[in-house]
Design a protein around this ligand. Sequence first.
Ligand SMILES: *[C@@H]1O[C@H](CO)[C@@H](O)[C@H](O)[C@H]1NC(C)=O
Ligand SMILES: *[C@@H]1O[C@H](CO)[C@@H](O)[C@H](O)[C@H]1NC(C)=O
Ligand SMILES: *[C@@H]1O[C@H](CO)[C@@H](O)[C@H](O)[C@H]1NC(C)=O
Ligand SMILES: *[C@@H]1O[C@H](CO)[C@@H](O)[C@H](O)[C@H]1NC(C)=O
Ligand SMILES: *[C@@H]1O[C@H](CO)[C@@H](O)[C@H](O)[C@H]1NC(C)=O
Ligand SMILES: *[C@@H]1O[C@H](CO)[C@@H](O)[C@H](O)[C@H]1NC(C)=O
Length: 457
Amino acid sequence: MWMCKMFKTIVILCLVVCSVTAELCSNSKKDKKCVCKRTTDSELLFPVTVADCSNINLNQFPINGELDSELNYLDVSLNNIQVLSAKSRLNNTVLRRINLSRNQVSNIDGGFFDEVPNLDALDLSYNNLTSIEPNLLKGLHILHNFDLSYNNLTKLPWGVLSSAKELFIVDLSYNPLAEFLNFPGTLKELEITTNLTSISLNNVGFTTLINSFFDGYNKIKHIELADNKMELIPSLPQSIEFVDLSGNKFTFVSAAYLNYKSLKVLKLNRMPSLVNIHHYAFFSLRSLKILYITDCSNLKEFNELVFGSTYHNYDVNPTSIYLARNGLQIINDSYEYFFDVMKNVDLSDNPWHCNCNILWLQKYNTPNSVLDHQKNLRCSTPDDFSDRSIMSLKDHELPKCFPEKFVRTHHRVVVSIMILSMIILLLFILYLLKYTAKKNSNNVGPNSPYNIQVTDD
Ligand SMILES: *[C@@H]1O[C@H](CO)[C@@H](O)[C@H](O)[C@H]1NC(C)=O
Ligand SMILES: *[C@@H]1O[C@H](CO)[C@@H](O)[C@H](O)[C@H]1NC(C)=O
Ligand SMILES: *[C@@H]1O[C@H](CO)[C@@H](O)[C@H](O)[C@H]1NC(C)=O
Ligand SMILES: *[C@@H]1O[C@H](CO)[C@@H](O)[C@H](O)[C@H]1NC(C)=O
Ligand SMILES: *[C@@H]1O[C@H](CO)[C@@H](O)[C@H](O)[C@H]1NC(C)=O
Ligand SMILES: *[C@@H]1O[C@H](CO)[C@@H](O)[C@H](O)[C@H]1NC(C)=O
């Protein structure tokens, strides 16, 4: 009995001592209490101390002493913090990440991040910032990842990123920044390091992008420019590997704007304005692996030459093409050579015109074939076949194309039969010839009884 009591005491003692002493921390999440724990960063495989204070109705940023002084990652997202005042700034040299996303921050004192010199990721997305102080980031020398997306910023102070010499990723999306940004050398005036590898400028209001915008930034691999109002594909750095240009106002796509030898992923989704993809449009994208062109309702054709020449000698070898929910009616059977060596093709929910030219897709009517969402491959026209699954069409329902298909799929058989018939015919002729020759030798040869007798007279 006393053993049990002692054990209980030990447990209670341990709970008091072992549980985190910081007053904001708790073992489970409740109103205004964070979950603090020691864990392993799954990417870096490194032990870290984490405080998860997300979605706990915080009105104020935690102050020193409320949290473990050894804290590495602090998540205060999804709260109601409005002001970050210098008085409550954290003083912590081991803090590496702060997530302030989805609060209502409209004001940050200039020196707020001065005492967290080892911060490498700062997420300020989804707040109410309309401006930021020029010295806001001056203490953050190793900031790698800075997210200011979904605020209401119309401009940024010159030189704001001058201290962040190791900045790799910056996200300024969903701020009305177009007018401010679209001048030669803006990125340099902001003192964004030319070592930058990723920049997101979705929905900032660009109608055009000046050609020199990325000049000097030769290490950028990832660019997002989706949901702007651009009518032409802008000029990008040659180093680019991923680009998202979805939701713009392009009416056509042509090779003249797509000459990026390292580009692996190209996204051109959600553009009702897009009606034409020119021949050879993607011909120069020699590294292209994944192409997205979805939700472009007025795109009726994905012609057989968008990657260049047809059949076996393609230079571009994507592994995945997503063409769902466009206005496509036909797709040329020369893509068979393409699809045969690919991983994913999505042609679903297009208004296909069903005639014999579409039957070649039935080749991919197997569960693990390259073709995704096969059930959603349906005819739109002609009326007789409206909403029929392409995979369920029968040859005899399309009588006019029966010979064509027959010839196509039974090509070899037909040729073999023809060759065989010719051989038989040839043998028969030979036999006939021989037979007649023999008959002749018996009957009408020089010694034949029917031969005209040569007399000596
Ligand atoms: C931050 O903490 C260190 C020691 O932990 C102390 O020396 C320094 O004065 C503090 N700075 C501020 C601004 O509180
Ligand atoms: C910050 O928190 C939000 C909401 O909880 C989450 O969606 C986002 O991915 C987090 N940011 C980072 C950099 O982890
Ligand atoms: C922040 O902005 C959102 C909409 O963007 C608005 O609903 C909210 O009231 C704003 N909060 C403050 C404190 O201004
Ligand atoms: C953004 O700021 C402007 C003023 O600068 C204001 O008129 C507008 O309502 C704000 N938008 C949002 C979504 O808060
Ligand atoms: C870019 O990074 C290299 C090392 O990776 C460094 O030597 C150079 O100073 C950096 N350049 C800038 C402009 O920060
Ligand atoms: C497919 O493209 C080739 C090459 O341009 C063309 O000869 C052929 O007629 C096309 N097939 C169909 C069914 O349109």
